[in-house]
Design a protein around this ligand. Structure first.
Ligand code: ADP
Length: 262
């Protein structure tokens, strides 16, 4: 920041100048620290599927080479690791695109009903795998919202996938949309699950990049740890809020509150 080099003509106030510069520098240092933490995190996250891939390649070059069944199994595992890297890179690119566009609020109008209906149909393979049923409760006269269809689709895809991933098999995910009770100029869409729930100390941190309550579980489910960070950035630009209510052992509700079109 250029304010750090402002010159104070009054020599007797040079103390104050030092304080100002120091504050500014500490701000820059904090941003730099966050950036280098992020680069370290990304490198680590990319390194782990790569390490797994090297391991499988080595096995395929050695003992598994002459065993077609074992080769098939290792190739399948390699495909999974490569897919994980691809997802991570896609999510990182989405995040960086969102950050560069964050100042531009959407001006288009979206009808959320078909968005949510199409989405729950397209998520069927994932929902089937998790043995999850989706219940939609959307009034036919739901007002339109101000937004970008692809981005809002991404928000609800991430929330519904999470609801399915972090619930036990056979659970129901319910999606409810309505005009908000308290703020009638907003539409509220909630995605509720009967999952494991989230302890209060985690709730505030869930939208941080790579923040995961159980890293192993997220990995097993193919997560990148970036889903809710993407949700947060999309909602920021939509002038919208995310509200998380959860009870451990009972389930969670992620509600999105979006300005309605007038
Ligand atoms: P991930 O790829 O790990 O799912 P997200 O950013 O989407 O990344 O979510 C971050 C973390 O928040 C998850 O790892 C999980 O611990 C927690 N989480 C998200 N949604 C839910 C939910 N519906 N129920 C319980 N925990 C959840």
């Amino acid at each position: 920041s250029m304010t750090a080099v402002r010159v104070d003509p009054d020599a007797s106030r040079s103390d104050a100048l030092v304080v100002v510069s120091f504050e500014d520098v500490s701000h820059i240092e904090e941003a730099e620290q966050m950036r280098s933490d992020f680069v370290a995190n990304v490198s680590h996250e990319l390194r782990s599927p790569l390490t797994a891939l090297y391991g499988f390649i080595e096995t395929l070059q050695g003992p598994a080479r002459s065993d077609p069944k074992a080769s098939d199994r290792f190739l399948h595992l390699m495909e999974k690791e490569a897919a994980r890297m691809a997802r991570l890179i896609d999510d990182l690119l989405s995040l960086s695109k969102l950050q560069s566009e964050e100042k531009y609020a959407p001006t288009t109008v979206v009808d959320l009903r078909p968005v949510l209906e199409r989405l729950s149909a397209s998520l069927e393979p994932i929902l089937d795998r998790e043995e999850t049923t989706v219940k939609l409760d959307i009034p036919t006269d739901l007002p339109e919202v101000i937004g970008i269809t692809d981005e809002l689709t991404q928000v609800f895809a991430n929330l519904i996938e999470n609801a399915a991933k972090y619930s036990r098999n056979g659970a129901v995910v319910s999606i409810k949309a309505s005009v908000d009770d308290v703020e009638p100029d907003m539409v509220r869409v909630s995605v509720s699950d009967q999952g494991e729930g989230i302890a209060p100390e985690h709730i505030a941190r869930l939208t941080e990049r790579f923040y995961r309550i159980d890293k192993g579980r997220s990995r097993d489910k193919g997560g990148t740890g970036l889903g809710l960070a993407i949700v947060k950035h999309i909602l920021m630009r939509h002038r919208s809020r995310l509200q998380i209510d959860s009870t451990v052992g009972v389930g969670s509700r992620f509600s999105v509150v979006i300005p309605r079109a007038m």
